[in-house]
Design a protein around this ligand. Structure first.
Ligand code: GAP
Length: 514
């Protein structure tokens, strides 16, 4: 546990030191759970957004993009259920005065049971070696079966109680499981209360005429209310999807995990409109597609898992999370939700406008069902960044800090380094920068000895260092150093573009999804 915490602290301080993520309003002591992205962070975030957009919009003939406004008519949030049901059950610890989400305390308890199962599996893998059958072990080992049954029963009870709004039972569950405040160890809890997560604001010049608005807590509703606009203007035929990325705002109760849970964050959402009755089929298709997108980045298959929901949101008939192994354990990265006709049906009722699709084959109108994929861009950023940050022991006994970002996402693709600040080497290095910058983000770096510059670029996540030396002046070649292997090779300046392109080209990365 201490190790996990240390690793996470390293991630946060590295993100600051190398211009990825800063605390918002830092010189005024910051705002809790709000962050700014620095010079490298803004690039990494943009690259992740583009990687998603390319896979979602550009590579699917039947998915189009949208950019809807953050401010929306307040009735939208009544129709969507957010005014009445977008609540978190919160509980306070009377001794530490810390506030928690009651469901998260219970889920963390179940998470500990999952870690125990993982430990048993690890031990057994060691003991049985090649002959180990994991599936069989999981279904027959009594201890593991007990942990699993216990966890399932807890989550089922919690799901039911949340559905019935039986908050007294949620508190009873916390007491029965003997859950203590993670900060103080105290078990002195208040009752559980509901807390609405939407931020309110006002539109209008005077207090009397101002209209109460909400900052959108998800981008999805902008898609639903534009369903007919896009369908008609784009002559879209079902099945088709609408995708958008943009800011969302939630007044989160528990906001202690850096950019994992923020009060202002960015979502990348896609709503896929389908015929009623086909939702199960599309649910499976999108679960698989989205997992392939994640795996294409090469962060390691073992770092992902699906988690099917027992506790369903008010709009869903099935839901799963893609969970990622963050520095603090497996947590939700993306949600895949079968939303039925809840949203379009509800907007029909509240707006009085028909939101239906006319099927020319059957000559019938219907309210489409919706399959949603929803991922937090900041959470994806944290997944990529934390997984890439590594301390490596080198053969000479030293260690290096290296940020092994997938090259396709790296903020800078190459650093161009003149070996010395004289003899015409900087001029040639600048010429290389001026040529490459039309195709890639590249940087020029001449400060410090070349070895230190390599280390700096390793820690920055730059996949290539290109060094200009005296031989360059004679034969127009440079050394190119690969960040991950630290191997160096001599190549012609004329070949640089192709070498970098091969490593960072989105096409070759996304092709891994096929
Ligand atoms: N439209 C459905 C929806 O918004 P959600 O599960 O509430 O579903 C989807 O959110 C994704 O948005 C999550 O899987 C997570 O990646 C991201 N997300 C949600 N709340 C967040 C927060 N407070 N900070 C950062 N990311 C968040």
């Amino acid at each position: 546990m201490a190790n996990q915490e240390d690793n996470f602290k390293k991630v946060i301080s590295h993100a600051k030191e190398y211009g990825y993520v800063f605390q918002s309003s830092e010189i005024y002591d910051g705002l809790s759970a709000i962050y700014d992205y620095g010079q490298n962070g803004a690039e990494l975030k943009k690259n992740i957004r583009e990687y998603w957009w390319k896979a979602m919009v550009q590579l699917n003939d039947n998915i189009v993009g949208l950019d809807s406004a953050i401010f929306m008519h307040p009735t939208i949030w009544k129709a969507s259920g957010h005014v009445d049901a977008f609540n978190d059950p919160l509980i306070d610890n009377k001794d530490s005065k810390k506030r928690y989400r009651a469901d998260v305390l219970i889920e963390d308890y179940v998470g500990k049971l999952d870690s125990k199962i993982e430990k048993e599996v690890k031990k057994a893998t060691k003991r049985f070696g090649e002959s180990f059958d994991k599936e069989q072990f999981l279904s027959t080992n009594q201890r593991v079966v007990d942990y699993k049954e216990q966890g399932d029963a807890i989550l089922k009870r919690m799901g039911k109680s949340l559905e019935k709004e039986d908050l007294a039972d949620i508190r009873a569950l916390i007491e029965e499981l003997d859950i203590a405040c993670p900060m103080s160890g105290s078990k002195n809890w208040t009752d559980v209360k509901q807390f609405n997560l939407m931020f309110g604001t006002k539109l209008g010049a005077s207090a009397e005429s101002a209209m109460d608005l909400y900052l959108r807590p998800e981008t999805a509703q902008g898609i639903f209310v534009n369903f007919l606009n896009v369908q008609k203007s784009g002559r879209m035929k079902i099945p088709f999807g609408i995708a958008q990325t943009g800011k969302a705002f939630r007044n989160e109760i528990v906001a202690r995990q850096f950019i994992f849970r923020m009060r202002e964050f960015e979502q990348m959402e896609m709503q896929f409109f389908i015929q009623p009755g086909t939702q199960k089929e599309w649910y499976d298709v999108w679960k698989e597609k989205r997992m392939k997108w994640h795996l294409s980045l090469g962060l390691g298959q073992d770092n992902y898992r699906f988690h099917d929901h027992d506790k369903l949101a008010h709009y869903a008939d099935a839901a799963a999370d893609i969970e990622f192994r963050f520095p603090f354990g497996f947590k939700e990265l993306e949600g895949i939700h079968s939303r039925t006709d809840f949203d379009l049906g509800s907007h029909e009722k509240f707006s009085g406008k028909k939101l239906q699709y006319f099927d020319h084959e059957t000559n019938k109108n219907y309210v489409p069902y919706v399959l949603e994929t929803s991922i937090g861009l900041d959470r994806m950023f944290l997944a990529v960044f934390s997984n890439s940050l590594q301390e490596e022991e080198l053969e000479n006994g030293t260690t290096r800090t290296v940020l092994k970002l997938p090259a396709v996402l790296a903020p800078n693709k190459a650093a161009i380094l003149p070996l010395l600040k004289k003899d015409g080497l900087p001029e040639v290095a600048h010429e290389i920068v001026d040529d490459l910058k039309w195709d890639f983000n590249v940087i020029y770096d001449e400060k410090d000895a070349v070895g230190r510059r390599y280390r700096r670029q390793d820690a920055n996540g730059t996949p290539f260092c290109i060094t200009v030396d005296h031989q360059t002046l004679e034969d127009k070649t440079v050394t190119i150093r690969h960040r991950d292997s630290m191997e160096q090779e001599r190549v012609a300046i004329a070949d640089l573009k192709e070498i970098i392109h091969e490593a960072v080209d989105m096409k070759s990365w996304l092709k891994k999804m096929d």
